[in-house]
Design a protein around this ligand. Sequence first.
Ligand code: NDP
Ligand code: GDR
Length: 370
Amino acid sequence: MKIALITGITGQDGAYLADLLLKKGYEVHGIKRRSSLFNTDRIDHLYQDPHEKNIRFKLHYGDLSDSTNLIRIIQEVQPDEIYNLGAMSHVKVSFDTPEYTANADGIGTLRLLEALRILNLTKKTKIYQASTSELYGLVQAVPQSENTPFYPRSPYAVAKLYAYWITVNYREAYGIFACNGILFNHESPLRGETFVTRKITRAVSKMALGLQDCLYLGNLDARRDWGHAKDYVEAMWLILQQDQPEDYVIATGVTTTVRDFVKMSFNEVGIEIEFKGEGIDEKGYIRSCSNPAYQIEAGKEVVVVDTAYFRPTEVDLLIGDPTKAKTKLGWEPKYDLPSLVKEMMAADVEHFQKEKVLKDAGYFIKNQFE
Ligand code: NDP
Ligand code: GDR
């Protein structure tokens, strides 16, 4: 039985990857951070009681900023494969917490690679590094491939640039089977609520149900190559199953603006919206609503640009070229953007329908101390 260790197992990708590896027969270990509230929502369905025998899913407390902790866990687990998904992954927040981001996202990767050297696991353990399309940053050329130069535009991307190169360096210097997956944006119903896609699908669902009035967004012109996290974790696994350790771009090859993502989300609930104005004066209004379940009047202002969500330096355009992954890994995404939006909207509408039932019955308490 192969043994995998996943950092960031409580995140979106960690949850999908753990599920995939368990289905493939792996013993899966994950590192979770201590928090004052439960933070294992996304993986609770995978939980196995540690008091039982022969369990294949185990969680360890840890943090990428703590080398001794990482060394101890790796020594205990003796993993065949490490997937380093743990990171402070929010680009905008990285401008507020640049030093912490560098520590977790950059030096955290170094700590894992060094642990393999210290424990003499350089020949046994393969390692996947969660690299990102944010490395491309300021557009040099499109579509972006494994050969496109990097130009990071945030403390997050700069930290990930260090992680990318230290992964390459340890591969070349010590022969570690260490690979970068340069993944473009990938989303799902498990996506963190403050990333733009999930922020949109949640808000649109709430607006359709009369639980929210307006959605405040930043740059509507940004273009992203959005795929589904389920497809992308499959690629992570494939990358570590090859004969040679290499780096791969994982993307759909299609790019869409934030504005169009908003329109597509509203369309899922039968609502058409139009945008008027430009720049910070741009607003989105309801044009029509064909779904009788939702009483939304035409002309209502539903999207407003708020400069608080602008980044000091923005990444305007991402569109990936996944040719290498398709040819060498045989990777093929099953989802396109419309099917992704459909799944995210369906999940959020269902969630907020339940919340509305509670609220209508007087049970919905926003803050227990209010
Ligand atoms: P999430 O933000 O959903 O998950 C991040 C995970 O990292 C969480 O489990 C989080 O724990 C954990 N984490 C944060 N800080 C630390 C730390 N100091 N030590 C240990 N664990 C930590 O990210 P995604 O699942 O979306 O992304 C997975 C990885 O892939 C990240 O590295 C991200 O940067 C990268 N990536 C993501 C892309 C995407 O579009 N989703 C695209 C390209 C790269 P907690 O739950 O406690 O917060
Ligand atoms: P990104 O994702 O920065 O690409 O990083 P995010 O969804 O945060 O932003 C995408 C684009 O949307 C614009 N935007 C907004 N973004 C947020 N979060 N909130 C808003 O209100 C808003 N309005 C407009 C942003 O300016 C940006 O251009 C994600 C993360 O998962 C990273 O960890 C990962 O490495 C990259 O994707 C690939």
